[in-house]
Design a protein around this ligand. Structure first.
Ligand SMILES: C[S@@+](CC[C@H](N)C(=O)[O-])C[C@H]1O[C@@H](n2cnc3c(N)ncnc32)[C@H](O)[C@@H]1O
Length: 226
C-alpha cells in the first residue's frame, strides 16, 4: 500500500513511523510512505499556504488552491486506478473513525491523507476529497496526529504485516464486541487469580468462555455496540 501524507509538519511523523509495526511494514515493503509538504505548492515568495478568513474571525484558513495542487501532485504519481485509491481529509467535522472503516481502508492500494492546521481548511477543499474522517469529538491542533492514528490502525490490518494476523480477528470492535479478558503470569497476584478455566487445557471450553466474556464485557462497558 502506498501512503501519501500531505502536511505542513512532516517532521512530526518521525518518531511513530520509525518504530514498531509501521517501521517493520515499511522495511518489509508492505507499505511505502511519502510525505508531501504543502508549503512546496505555495506560489508566492513568502510560501504562504493560508490566509485570513472571508467575513472575519480568528485564525488562518488553509487555501484551496494550494491544497488542490498538492492533491493533484499525489494523484499524478499514483500508479493505481481511482477505485483503489482514496483521498482522506482529517477533520473534526468528518465521520467518526471506527475499526470497520480501518478494515475497509486496509484493502486499498493508495491512500492520500490531508492534514489540516490552524483554523482548518477552506470549505471548498471538502469537494476535493473522497471522505472526511474525525478521530473523535474534540479538536486537535492539526491533522498530523489523526493521520498517525489512521495509518497505525490500517497498516496492522494489511495481510502479512502482523506475525499472527488472526489476532486482529478477536480484537475489540470485531463483530461489535470488546475483546475477552486476557491474563498472563503470575497465576495469583495478591489474591487476584487467573480464572481456572484458562488453566484447564480444554480449548473448546476456553473459546466458549472467551466468547461469553466478550459479550458480557461489551454489554457492561459498551452497550451502544450491541
Ligand atoms: C484546530 S483544527 C480546526 C478546527 C475547525 N476550526 C473546526 O472548528 O471544525 C485544525 C486541524 O486539525 C485537524 N483535526 C482537529 N481535530 C480533529 C479530529 N477530531 N479529527 C480529525 N482531525 C482533526 C484537522 O485537520 C483540522 O483541519
Amino acid at each position: 500500500m502506498k501512503i501519501s501524507i500531505i502536511t505542513l509538519f512532516p517532521e512530526m511523523f518521525s518518531g511513530p513511523f520509525t518504530a514498531s509495526i509501521i517501521k517493520r511494514a515499511s522495511t518489509a515493503g508492505k507499505i511505502h510512505i511519502e510525505f508531501i509538504n504543502l508549503r512546496d505548492f505555495a506560489d508566492d515568495r513568502y510560501k504562504s499556504v493560508d490566509d485570513h478568513p472571508y467575513g472575519g474571525g480568528a485564525g488562518m484558513v488553509l487555501r484551496v488552491d494550494v491544497i488542490d495542487k498538492a492533491i493533484r501532485s499525489a494523484v499524478s504519481r499514483s500508479e493505481v486506478p481511482s477505485t483503489e485509491r482514496q483521498i482522506i481529509l482529517l477533520d473534526p467535522q468528518g465521520k467518526t473513525y471506527t475499526q470497520n472503516t480501518a478494515r475497509e481502508l486496509s484493502a486499498l492500494q493508495h491512500i492520500i491523507f490531508l492534514s489540516g492546521h490552524y483554523e482548518g481548511v477552506d470549505e471548498r477543499v471538502r469537494d476535493l476529497v473522497d471522505r472526511e474522517i474525525s478521530i473523535g469529538d474534540y479538536v486537535l491542533t492539526g491533522g498530523e496526529i489523526p493521520t498517525m492514528v489512521l495509518v497505525d490502525s490500517i497498516v496492522r490490518l494489511i495481510p502479512g504485516v502482523l506475525n499472527k494476523p488472526d489476532a486482529t480477528r478477536s480484537e475489540s470492535f470485531e463483530d461489535n464486541l470488546l475483546e475477552y479478558p486476557q491474563y498472563t503470569r503470575p497465576e495469583d497476584y495478591n489474591g487476584a487469580k487467573v480464572p481456572s478455566i484458562l488453566l484447564s487445557g480444554d480449548h473448546a471450553k476456553i473459546r466458549a468462555w472467551q466468547k461469553e466474556q466478550a459479550v458480557l464485557k461489551t454489554k457492561k462497558r459498551r452497550p451502544d455496540l450491541t
